[in-house]
Design a binder for this molecule. Structure first.
Ligand code: GCO
Ligand code: MG
Length: 433
């Protein structure tokens, strides 16, 4: 070895710490050890799975692990395979814990695994931010905006009711509204709820069967948006969710017929297992495309993003392994001018909403945040102080993500098994709900 390189190597060796602190998970700070981690299942109107991680210094963190209709699978994954690995670890080592749970599992990805990882990740960001006395958006790099633009869910059994429902959201101050309507000739269309402020699809212990006709839907939707623009003009952002039901060509046709109405986005135009499917839609329409609420990781979105086949990525913190991984997706998306549009249906608990609002406040390429209001029972079980004003949500400046769980109240709402509906075509063929 040349003498100069020798000197360099020697100086590196003398600079190393004496103890075992040189290991990759070492820290110069005194450890904040994880003392316990518990899963709490509660059903204040709908089911939620929550992880509470406590440290030896009293500071604790809360994470969401809810997977609608498959809650118990995530509970078992956390209790049997994740929690035993957490005890005694330094809660500040968020990245190393994420890598341990992702790479260390060998069986990577999937909604169950990634939701379990997300719960741990959200709780650890909560702990770190509380220990430092700062809101999570500050840890991410600070705020990029004054508020988070949200869209609400307007729906109605028919065109007239949906038009009225959109009007109520505009009156309530929303700058963006998603419109879903019953379709003439289709008994139970997607997105039409009981009452227009709350929509809860997981409605029965065994899946409710619905019947679907894409041709009836395609004939109807342009009429709805024509009326909406006629009534409310072009100042309000309008969105629509196709909920994975069209083929790429059908989606291309819908996108084209909606162009005059300037939608903010058309969501889940076609299933995205085959990311290439979006190329065909993209070649035919300038209606902006959003997808990703069922994605688990950057690998589900990589081609869609880097070939600029979508405009908005819908993955949220609980869906894709927490803040640690969602931040990577957002940074990758920013390179291709794809913006974020986090999923925010009621099956994502207020804990996810709280964490997502910190992420949205930071993300330079933020687009919009979905906001379906939780029921008063849910809000009481998960005390939080994020607030809505003039179409925007605001996270609190309290340390952490600002959402807690009232365990005494949570215990009053036992698990209530429910599943999402299924859809069949009119001839009985199984379809995508
Ligand atoms: C949305 C979604 C939801 C899902 C629900 C399934 O855009 O908000 O499509 O309504 O259907 O999250 O659990
Ligand atoms: Mg959707």
């Amino acid at each position: 070895m040349a003498p100069r390189i020798n000197e360099f190597v020697n100086s590196m060796q003398t600079a190393q710490p004496q103890s075992g602190a040189a290991a990759s998970t070492s820290s110069r700070l005194p450890p904040l050890k994880i003392r316990s981690a518990r899963v709490i299942v509660t059903s204040p109107g709908r089911n939620f799975v929550t992880l509470k991680i406590e440290t030896d210094q009293g500071v604790y963190g809360i994470g969401d692990a809810t997977l609608n209709g498959r809650e118990k699978a995530v509970v078992a994954y956390l209790e049997d395979h994740v929690i035993p690995l957490l005890i005694g670890r330094d809660a500040r080592h968020i990245e190393d814990t994420w890598q341990l749970l992702y790479r260390g599992a060998y069986w990577r990805r999937g909604p169950v695994t990634m939701r379990a990882i997300a719960a741990v990740d959200i709780a650890l960001w909560d702990i770190k931010a509380k220990a430092l006395g700062v809101p999570i958006y500050d840890l991410l790099g600070g705020p990029s905006r004054d508020g988070v633009m949200v869209y609400g869910h307007a729906n109605g059994a028919d065109l007239e009711q949906t038009v009225e429902a959109v009007g109520r959201y505009i009156d309530a101050g929303y700058k963006a509204v998603r419109a879903q309507s019953g379709v003439p000739g289709v008994a139970m269309a997607y997105g039409v709820g009981r009452g227009d402020m709350y929509y809860e699809p997981a409605d029965a212990q065994l899946p409710t069967e619905t019947v679907w006709s894409t041709s009836k839907y395609l004939n109807f939707v342009p009429k709805l948006f024509d009326r909406l623009r006629d009534n409310y003009g072009f100042d309000v952002h309008l969105l629509h969710d196709g909920h994975h039901r069209m083929t790429p060509l059908e989606a291309a046709r819908l996108g084209k017929s909606l162009e005059p109405y300037g939608l903010f986005w058309l969501e889940d135009a076609t299933p995205a297992e085959n990311q290439e499917s979006f190329r065909l839609i993209r070649q035919h329409t300038t209606t902006p495309l959003a997808v990703g609420e069922v994605f688990n990781s950057i690998w589900d979105a990589k081609d869609l993003i880097q070939h600029q086949l979508i405009d908005y990525i819908r993955t949220t913190v609980v869906g894709a392994g927490g803040i640690t991984h969602l931040r990577r997706i957002a940074d990758f998306a920013a390179v291709w001018q794809v913006r974020t549009g986090c999923h925010g249906a009621t099956d994502l608990s207020p804990v996810t909403m709280g964490a997502a609002l910190h992420f949205d406040t930071w993300a330079p390429n933020f687009g919009i945040q979905e906001y379906m209001r939780h029921s008063p029972e849910t809000d009481a079980v998960f005390p939080h102080a994020y607030w809505f004003q003039d179409g925007m949500l605001h996270p609190t400046d309290a340390p952490g993500h600002g959402v807690d769980i009232d365990e005494t109240l949570a215990a009053k709402y036992p698990y209530d098994p429910r599943q999402l509906p299924i859809a069949r075509l009119e001839d009985g063929t199984m379809w995508n709900w």
